[in-house]
Unconditional design. Structure first.
Length: 334
């Protein structure tokens, strides 16, 4: 940022002048949050008429396909442009190779089709990674030593992406952190006629302690052995995040994501300053749960905490934010 020379001094200069009234604060705001900035993550589960609360994620539930369609209508009516879907796959459909991800009638595909049918004007972003489908809870295929195989996993991710695109997904969001998957998925989408299906790469995704409640929500937490540090990024690193972003953009990503959000605002800003591309952040499950715990403990006001964090993402340079507060925040703004 270039510095502006200050020509006046106190008392001619009083920075509090423009802050004195609400109208003036509104007029001088450098960043604004809008419902169109928000992407709403939703968890889908089997059955009809089902709402399953997730205890580690207060206020968030898994919904059956029929009920997720209701959520999609609420989102559209609140001005939210896009949903991010995650499936809670039945245990008997999970396997070591995650092959349920390739089933054209899996829970994800049924949810995508139902939403596209009823609410065609809302975008659908789909997560590409194998963790909701594997019996071991890892995002990819394992070798005998338990190491996650890169190139073999990409072959399955290509199939998963084409399966989601065929069902009607608008944005494919690979969250697996395999090297080279964006290019491979882009090539497969082009070859399969999905020219306008976007890719939002989870480019800088960290091996974070903030994903716990999400793993409860998709039912992988009890299954997961070990950690994801051999593919997700080390929280110590920032230069590496820029290399990850550069690599995904070179492979054809339309937009990139930084995840988690609030502890990584420095990464968002660095990516925005370096690359002229849309940058999204994921305010992840543990961040949401942390705010909810603070609210429950009487340590803060939900609306104020949520809106301040979401605005902070905009200030850091985000084009948009994936947040469990999306509907609540959009309605507060409405
Ligand atoms: C799956 C995936 C995860 C999240 C989004 N996609 C979990 C993980 O990598 O273990 C986390 C989202 C959240 O915590 O809200 N690869």
């Amino acid at each position: 940022m270039s510095s502006t020379p200050i020509t006046a001094a106190y008392p001619a200069l009083r920075l509090r002048r423009t802050r004195a009234t609400a109208w003036s604060r509104a007029m001088h705001a450098e960043n604004r949050l809008h419902p169109a900035d928000l992407i709403w993550p939703l968890f889908v589960t089997e059955g009809t008429g089902v709402e399953e609360p997730i205890s580690s994620l207060p206020g968030v539930a898994r919904w059956s396909v029929d009920r997720i369609v209701e959520r999609a209508k609420e989102a559209r009516d609140a001005g939210i442009p896009c949903l991010a879907l995650f499936p809670n796959t039945q245990p008997e459909r999970r396997s070591d190779d995650g092959r349920e991800a390739l089933n054209p009638d899996n829970l994800m595909c049924r949810a995508i089709r139902a939403i596209k049918d009823a609410v065609p004007d809302i975008g659908i972003l789909t997560d590409v990674a194998l963790d909701p489908y594997t019996a071991h809870g890892q995002d990819g295929l394992l070798d005998a030593s338990g190491y996650i195989l890169n190139d073999e996993t990409i072959e399955v991710l290509i199939g998963q992406s084409l399966n989601q695109a065929a069902a009607g997904a608008d944005i494919i969001a690979p969250s697996d952190m395999m090297d080279g998957r964006v290019g491979a998925i882009r090539a497969a989408l082009e070859a399969d006629g999905h020219r306008n299906v976007q890719i939002m790469a989870y480019a800088a995704k960290y091996a974070s302690a903030f994903y716990g409640p999400f793993r409860d929500a998709v039912g992988s937490s009890g299954l997961l052995k070990g950690d994801k540090k051999s593919y997700q990024m080390d929280p110590a690193n920032s230069e590496e995040a820029l290399r990850e972003v550069a690599m995904d953009l070179a492979e054809g990503a339309d937009s990139v994501m930084v995840k988690p959000g609030l502890p990584y605002l420095d990464i968002i800003r660095a990516v925005k300053d370096r690359f002229e591309v849309p940058v999204f952040a994921y305010q992840v499950s543990g961040e949401y749960a942390m705010i909810e715990a603070a609210v429950a403990a009487g340590a803060g006001d939900r609306d104020a905490l949520a809106m301040e964090t979401l605005l902070a993402f905009k200030r850091a340079g985000c084009t948009g934010i994936l947040t469990y507060y999306a509907l609540h925040a959009a309605r507060l703004m409405g």
